[in-house]
Design a protein. Structure first.
Length: 820
DNA sequence: GTTCCGCATGGCG
DNA sequence: CCGCCATGCGGAA
């Protein structure tokens, strides 16, 4: 049942902001006792329009909401309310919400001792339960800017006009006036305001900053900075003693509630949680509740730190301890339209509430998840975005953005594309190229890239309506929803009724491979996330190195693209000019194929190169390096060349090794092990024996290095070139895999023989993560892992990294000692 | 050295 | 430009 309330007469001039006041969609439900109605209150937008219907329910001590129109004694006997429709009838005479004749009394059994009213004016009872929407209207700032201003001494008037009143316990007897409510039996809870806890509030300082306007309006007046003590009672009856005081601040005051730490801790409140303040009348006892925010909670307006509920509407109230009754009070100022409530989508926040309610609690979903918000909703969203402050943004990130960006790094990578207009700036850092973008990446709809035997590539995008896959140009970036009708590139497929271009088998094959790649990537990242990889992971790493190739097996035409998303048609980079290729068997961790062995050997090569450079820096003798390289080439063949690859692609990243055809300087972006082996066995000269490769690969890295005149210090993680090596190791992640954590686990990345192979990496990384300036300055200390920020899943500052292909000769080039 | 206290600062609406 | 308020900061305990 929809409950719409009229707005009370504005106690203060309604500014423009008021028109955008956003309220939550509230849902309440309660037992259908006599005179009771289950209701579903939904509210999305609060507007100054006053054409809303109103309703009156009463919060009764025995629980539930009672219709004041058919105020039957709550009892077990089901007595249908004869005037049920009146429950939410518009109030007459433009009465104020929660005024004399308006009561919104969400009714869940109030078993809490907090409802044992205390007549002390400065007592507060914390009676709200976690996650209960007290006031879901989060836009309080606007209220707060104009709460009923009262002079000291006049504040804290419990019966001030315009205050919402919530009756507690039994509803008044027929004919009983509101002012005649008996203590303990007919008390009114007057919601005052609420505040979203800031980090400071929830911190250990023990000071809760109170909105000035609210503090002055609803709390006992204080004339001295020392203020006065307040006793707070929680839902369990526990009393907390606070000091309500203020600080002089810029000729003003800053009100704080001191000594809140024990309470905050006891209630396990954190920044983002909401503390609510109300008052119980008669007696004027202040009560305090709270509402927990969760990670998935979307605070409609976190920046709104408080809500002067009393001045406005204040119908909401607390849940009590009865889990069966989830009474979410309505905010009085309600929506002018419930449109959108029907097609609300789930959100964890609201799911949470729904869990404890019979009715659906779906407020705000429409707002946040595209539930076709009406005009008001639109305004709400607009307003919300307009009112995000820096501090508020922080909260928003914690509460909203975090939810909406709940993507893994990999997932995020899959959705990121360079901005269409972005042009990279190539930055050289040591022997790596960084393609740096000033523009943030854009999100794009997931697509699959395939390549045909001819090397031609296609991009496939799935229609959101018919789920058919349509071929679209490679350079197309689909932002979000896409339908066949949007297919302006292929008139034959611009309708959902058009048949799919791909045969079912082909499609299945593509999708299977796509999923397989994704799965393997995921597994790979899992392995990567293990701080200490054991040596056996080398095989896994090698396997990971060929993941992309796996994706190319089977259907000849199926291959994930070798193009990096930033590449555009016409791009002549080493990646784009290479046609994809590759077929063959999968590689398991124990695979000893040439490629896998090469992968292993590459790693050793890399280690040696690192050490070599280190030595070079120390000795500054370039000639030594040349000599060293000369004797370090195990094969003297193209096989020893570093895989030059270096790029990953969009969704289905593909490993791109040098093809064996190194003489042509040709890089096979989709090298396949079988191809290489076959080439070696048939077409090319078998320049290296498997036995030798195995021998090399299996040789302990340390001994291998010693043999090559390399120290082992770096093996133990004490390499001096922490900057460059760590960096490179970081970005030299798995083949065809984007770096997940660019600079972590130094020991694992650098020291372990399971360290990364020389593979493709291309990822969007926060510029701040890599601190390229620091890197460029070659200041290892500035580039220590500890100084790098943890990876940030999504950053608007991005950098892509690409291993510079083949710039340096493999130090093992020409080395023949391991050749047979 | 830590915590508390009071005030100052600065961002933002 | 002003007020609010989150938070920093320095001195005191």
């Amino acid at each position: 049942m929809l409950c719409l309330w009229p707005l009370p007469p504005a106690p203060f001039p309604l500014g423009e902001k008021f028109n955008f006041l956003a309220l939550s969609i509230l849902t309440i439900s309660f037992p259908l006792l006599s005179g009771w109605r289950s209701s579903s209150l939904s509210s999305a937008i609060y507007s100054t329009k006053r054409s809303l219907v109103g309703g009156t329910v009463r919060f009764v001590g025995s629980g539930g909401v009672q219709c004041v129109n058919c105020m039957k004694n709550p009892g077990p006997q089901p007595v249908p309310c004869q005037v049920a429709p009146k429950l939410f009838l518009p109030p007459q005479n433009n009465q104020r919400l929660f005024g004399k004749s308006d009561e919104f009394l969400p009714g869940r059994p109030l078993e809490s001792p907090s409802l044992m009213l205390d007549s002390r004016n400065d007592d507060i009872a914390i009676i709200a339960k976690s996650n209960h929407p007290f006031m879901h209207a989060q836009r309080a700032r606007h209220f707060l800017t104009r709460p009923p201003r009262v002079a000291e001494g006049a504040a804290f008037d419990p019966m001030r006009d315009g205050f919402p009143h919530l009756r507690v316990a039994r509803p008044p007897a027929e004919g009983r006036g509101r002012n005649q409510l008996l203590p303990r039996s007919n008390s009114t809870i007057v919601p005052l305001f609420e505040k979203v806890l800031s980090a400071s509030d929830a911190g250990r300082i023990g000071r809760l900053v109170l909105p000035k306007a609210c503090a002055e309006a609803y709390f006992p007046p204080i004339s001295q900075p020392e203020g006065r003590p307040l006793t707070i009672q929680d839902a369990k009856g526990k009393e907390w003693h606070f000091q309500f005081r203020f600080w002089p601040n810029n000729n003003s005051r800053m009100y704080v509630l001191e000594g809140v730490t024990p309470c905050i801790q006891s209630l396990q409140l954190q920044a983002g949680d909401t503390v609510t303040f109300s008052r119980i009348e008669p007696g004027g006892k202040l009560v305090m509740g709270f509402r927990k925010a969760t990670n998935t909670v979307s605070l409609p307006d976190s920046q709104i730190s408080a809500i002067a509920t009393g001045s406005l509407l204040g119908d909401s109230f607390f849940s009590n301890t009865n889990e069966n009754l989830s009474i979410v009070s309505g905010y009085s100022g309600f929506l002018q339209s419930m449109k959108g409530a029907a097609d609300l989508q789930p959100s964890s926040l609201f799911d949470h509430h729904a869990n404890s309610a019979d009715g659906d609690v779906s407020w705000l979903k429409a707002d946040r998840f595209g539930g076709r918000p009406d005009e008001g909703s639109f305004q709400f969203l607009h307003k919300r975005s307009r009112n995000i402050g820096s501090k508020s943004r922080r909260l928003l990130m914690d509460n909203e953005e975090a939810l909406e960006l709940k993507l893994s790094w990999e997932e995020a990578q899959e959705l990121l594309r360079p901005a269409p207009s972005a042009k990279p700036t190539i930055v050289m850092i040591e022997d790596y190229e960084f393609e740096e973008y000033d523009e943030p990446p854009v999100f794009a709809k997931r697509s699959i890239f395939t390549s045909r035997s001819t090397g031609e590539q296609d991009q496939w995008i799935q229609c959101d309506d018919c789920s058919k896959w349509r071929r679209v140009p490679l350079n197309v970036i689909i932002a979000s929803k896409w339908r066949c009708a949007d297919n302006t590139w292929d008139p034959k497929s611009c309708s959902c009724s058009a048949p799919e271009e791909l045969a079912h088998k082909e499609l299945q094959s593509i999708l299977q491979q796509y999923e397989e790649i994704r799965r393997r990537k995921s597994n790979y990242f899992l392995k990567q996330s293990i701080p200490e990889m054991d040596a056996s992971s080398l095989d896994a790493l090698a396997t990971a190195a060929v993941f992309g190739e796996v994706g190319n097996q089977g259907a000849a035409s199926v291959a994930t693209t070798t193009k990096h998303p930033r590449h555009r048609p016409g791009c002549t980079c080493i990646v784009c000019i290479q046609p994809p290729s590759g077929k063959g068997p999968k590689h398991n961790p124990a695979c000893t194929c040439n490629v896998c062995m090469t992968v292993r050997r590459r790693f050793k090569t890399l280690m040696m190169r690192k050490k070599q450079r280190q030595s070079e820096r120390e000795e500054a003798e370039a000639s030594k390096r040349i000599a060293w390289v000369g004797r370090d080439e195990p094969e003297g063949s193209n096989l020893s060349r570093s895989p030059r690859t270096v790029d990953t692609t969009r969704d289905c990243d593909v490993i791109m090794f040098d093809k064996a055809d190194a003489n042509k300087g040709h890089i096979d972006l989709n090298f396949h092990p079988a191809s290489r082996e076959e080439e070696q066995q048939h077409g090319g000269q078998p320049r290296v024996s498997m036995v030798s490769l195995l021998e090399v690969a299996n040789r302990p890295l340390e001994s291998y290095m010693k043999q090559n005149g390399l120290g082992s210090d770096f093996i133990n993680g004490h390499h001096r070139d922490a900057c460059g090596e760590n960096f490179k190791s970081s970005i030299l992640s798995g083949p065809g895999l984007r770096v997940m954590k660019p600079h972590l686990r130094k020991s694992a990345q650098i020291d372990s023989v399971t360290g990364p192979v020389e593979m493709t990496v291309l990822t969007f990384l926060p510029r701040s993560t890599f601190q390229p300036n620091n890197i460029l300055k070659n200041e290892p200390q500035e580039y220590s892992g500890a100084k790098l920020k943890p990876f940030q899943a999504i950053s608007l500052e991005t950098m892509t990294i690409r291993r510079r292909g083949g710039r340096e000769a493999d130090p093992l080039a020409g080395r023949s000692s391991v050749d047979p």
